[in-house]
Design a protein around this ligand. Structure first.
Ligand code: NAP
Length: 287
């Protein structure tokens, strides 16, 4: 069986000109503020990738870098400053935050009108309900657009999502449900993971465990979307996270021969997430 490679880099390149045109059509170039606390290397690398993409399409990205000694109150005050700043159109708080900080309270401090990551309770209610005017969290929107590009419809399909985080698993599951798929969500307490994943017509994996989905967990012909981005230290330089090798949650070499379609890592969902983030920002600017 020949397997279709769902190529996020190629789709990103195809979407880029239209995105740049949408930016040009705005009255003024949009500004996205990215608030980073601390010096996590992976976060810094992801922010660099966002800044580079922003430059390509004419969006200013303001990187607000704060020390990991910052208090909860000081961080919320910084976010409120961004909320009040008319020159800033979208705000994202780069996650994860240091554990001393209350991530929920901090993401909730973002003005819902500038909530590019769609993590405030206002945004969550809207994407959960599948409202037409709801923005989707960037990874989910990226997966949606990747599927749309390859004309993969979820209607009536068995979709299995491995992972249930607020950032990735839950919005992906809600999206699939709102697309009229029958959805199973698996997590670390799922009794028989393979029994569930083998039922999937579309298997979406977001567990943060390098290569842990193997061929014996996938139905022949399934569409496999690997959201995982795991960095392995000390190996060759690849993609956006310099000095580290990126691998997904799916054992690509083992699964690819039996899948109907599959995303590579790197080069699958990751590039689509960056595109989707900027699409969210432009949608916010057009409201
Ligand atoms: P997370 O918050 O750590 O959540 C991981 C989820 O996987 C949890 O729900 C956990 O279950 C589940 N899980 C862990 N081990 C499992 C196991 N052995 N069997 C079944 N389920 C298991 O991670 P996240 O933020 O959702 O991110 C997941 C992955 O996506 C990471 O690799 C991350 O780097 C990547 N990511 C990629 C993009 C992109 O653009 N491609 C964007 C964001 C994140 P419990 O709930 O029971 O703990």
């Amino acid at each position: 069986m020949s397997t279709l490679l769902l190529d996020g880099r190629a789709v990103r390149a195809a979407l880029l000109p239209a995105l740049a045109d949408r930016v040009k059509a705005l009255i003024r170039p949009p500004t996205l503020a990215i608030v980073q606390v601390g010096k996590r290397e992976d976060s810094t690398a992801f922010i660099k990738a966002k800044i580079a993409f922003g430059e390509k399409i004419g969006v200013n990205v303001k990187h607000i870098h704060l020390p990991d000694t910052i208090t909860q109150q000081e961080l919320i005050a910084k976010i409120q400053e961004c909320n009040a700043d008319d020159s800033i159109h979208g705000i994202i708080v780069q996650l994860p935050l240091p554990i001393a900080l209350d991530q929920d309270a901090i993401t909730e401090a973002v003005d819902p009108c500038k909530d590019t990551d769609c993590l405030t309770s206002y945004s969550v209610k809207r994407w959960m309900e599948g409202r037409e005017d709801a923005l989707l969290p960037a990874t989910t929107r990226g997966v949606k657009e990747l599927l749309a590009h390859y004309k993969i419809d979820l209607f009536g399909k068995n979709v299995v999502v491995v992972g249930r985080s607020m950032l990735v698993g839950k919005p992906l599951a809600a999206f699939a449900m709102n697309e009229n798929a029958t959805v199973t969500v698996c997590h670390s307490k799922t009794a028989d993971l393979a029994a569930e994943t083998k039922k999937a017509d579309v298997l979406i994996v977001a567990a943060g465990r390098p290569g842990f989905i193997g061929a014996d967990q996938v139905k022949e012909g399934a569409i496999v979307i690997d959201v995982g981005i795991n960095t392995i230290k000390g190996e060759k330089l690849e993609d956006e996270v310099s000095g580290r090798k990126l691998v997904g949650d799916v054992d690509f070499d083992a699964v690819q021969p039996i899948a109907g379609a599959i995303t590579p890592v790197p080069g699958g969902v990751g590039p689509m997430t960056v595109v989707a983030l900027f699409e969210n920002l432009i949608d916010i600017c057009m409201r």
